[in-house]
Design a protein around this ligand. Structure first.
Ligand code: ATP
Ligand code: MG
Length: 231
């Protein structure tokens, strides 16, 4: 579904991503783990051409570099951004409506689906998003992204700041989305959970991929266990 070759991301003179290659197979969950400042968010933003980047990014057979973020979203890439970025002064339902702005013909149907997937949002649909708990806000951010009916769903630190039980719910939902056929690129600080639910994992350090492998294999890797799993 996605093939990234020699990706560099720049913020002025700062090179945040220094030439990375990775691929995502259709139907899989790929996770990207790494410490603070490693370049994880920059990589996700680069896939949507939302930051200055060089290299090749091929999505479903077309090179994305000449396309706007808007076009890429329209073609099936959704991002659940770090920090959720829901529209706090709009209602839950209005947030969903914005998520469907490329897809308004399916809005009513998708909205019903989201309320089935996240019953807690249904009971709060008229409430301001600002009033939601952290977990509910994350569910809203995910459903807003799903309103675009993405082929590739990218999630940036979806468990950040959530109580362990709620974080588990979020990881469950991600697994269910994969079962529904959505391909997933997951950035997570909770390396253990990421390795548990993903098929393949890349480790990013200082803008470079330093390790990669099937998640099952990496979860038993000594270096990973020491550095990222605190074992
Ligand atoms: N807008 C920006 N301007 C300048 N430097 C930036 C900007 N955004 C990120 N950086 C720098 O780029 C590097 C990579 O940042 P990035 O946010 O991609 O890392 P990350 O792996 O997502 O980290 P975190 O785990 O903290 O979210 C860091 O050194 C960061 O300081
Ligand atoms: Mg980040």
């Amino acid at each position: 579904m996605l093939a990234v070759k020699n990706l560099h991301v720049y913020y002025g003179l700062i090179e945040a991503v220094k030439g990375i290659d990775f691929t995502i197979q259709t139907g899989s969950i790929v996770s990207l783990i790494g410490s603070n400042g490693a370049g994880k968010s920059s990589t996700l933003n680069a896939i949507l051409n939302a930051v200055k980047r060089t290299g090749e990014i091929n999505f479903l057979g077309f090179e994305t570099s000449r396309h706007s973020t808007h076009t890429l979203v329209k073609n099936g890439i959704s991002l659940v951004p770090e920090g959720r970025r829901i529209f706090a002064n709009l209602s839950v339902e209005e947030n969903l409506k914005i998520g469907a702005f490329n897809n308004s013909e399916n809005y009513a149907h998708l909205k019903t689906q989201m309320y089935k997937l996240f019953p807690r949002l249904a009971s709060k649909k008229k409430n301001l998003a600002a009033m939601l708990s952290g977990g509910e806000a994350q569910m809203l951010a995910i459903s807003r992204a799903l309103m675009n009916e993405p082929k590739l769903l990218m999630l940036d630190e979806p468990s950040l700041g959530l109580a362990p039980k709620i974080a588990m719910e979020v990881f469950d939902i991600i697994t269910r989305l994969k079962e529904q056929g959505i391909t997933i690129l997951l950035v997570e600080q909770n390396a253990y959970a990421a390795l548990k639910i993903s098929d393949y994992t890349y480790v990013l350090e200082n803008g470079l991929i330093t390790m990669q492998g099937s998640s099952e294999e990496l979860i038993h890797n000594n270096e990973i266990r020491k550095k990222y799993l605190g074992m």
